[in-house]
Ligand binder design. Sequence first.
Ligand code: PMP
Length: 285
Amino acid sequence: MSRIVYVNGEYLPEEEAKVSVFDRGFLFADAVYEVTSVLEGKLIAFDGHAVRLQRSCDELGMTNPVSKDELMEIHQELVKRNGVEEGMVYLQLTRGNPGDRDFAYPPEDTKPTLVLFTQTANLLNNPKIEKGMKVISVEDQRWARRDIKTVQLLFPSMAKMMAKAAGVDDAWMVEDGHVTEGSSNNAYIVKDGKIITRNLGNEILHGITRAAVLEYARSAQMEVVERPFTIEEAKQADEAFITSASTFVMPVVEIDGVALGDGKPGKSAARLRELYLEESRKQAV
Ligand code: PMP
């Protein structure tokens, strides 16, 4: 069955959902995005994603054509029309179609392009929860404003392919010897009971799941330290994990072929996953 896709105010069968070849999202990756997960037909952490979308727009001087309430309505309508019980909603907003290819931004009254679609996925019973993920480290070759959630995802795609070629699940990106983040997730290590994750800055995406997980960790009296850590330090860690909207909290058991701790998914990751799912389900909309 064909999906229903949202394009600039219309709900269309996916075959009819089209965007111009002159769209700046297509020509310049002049676009931002968000991914919000859906559990039991409800949006997880919607508010955080809406706030970050606005921040991305503000940083790029891009017009957001919809209010937070309208955005929530569109998300919920799309989830309903597609009967999504578990999966995600992908949103992309571009600077629109000025008619010609030109590096300079188009006039401010150029209509932005807003597209949303759903994907069903098995988020809760991901087999990686039991086994844990293996990662390799790769040099971070992305641009310097990773705090803005743009669709310039070619390097993360390349990193994912390097991981696949190495027979592992993902890549942790490293800059000046320090881990920035995973290809599409925030990275954490645990040492002597302390949860260590890189502090916020332009070097990493300000993960919505990260913010929630750190809050729940602190409420549960778990010690959190926000600072850069080296890839060498990560290999000596007792455990490691990642967070993202679609994986929640996922254990990492191996980095560059080095097993962490006993090589099994760690207790902190399991506890944080439980806490995150419990709390975020309560707040789902
Ligand atoms: N870092 C990067 C590079 C990402 O692509 C993502 C997921 N989009 C994250 C972190 C996690 O962010 P969130 O928890 O908001 O999904």
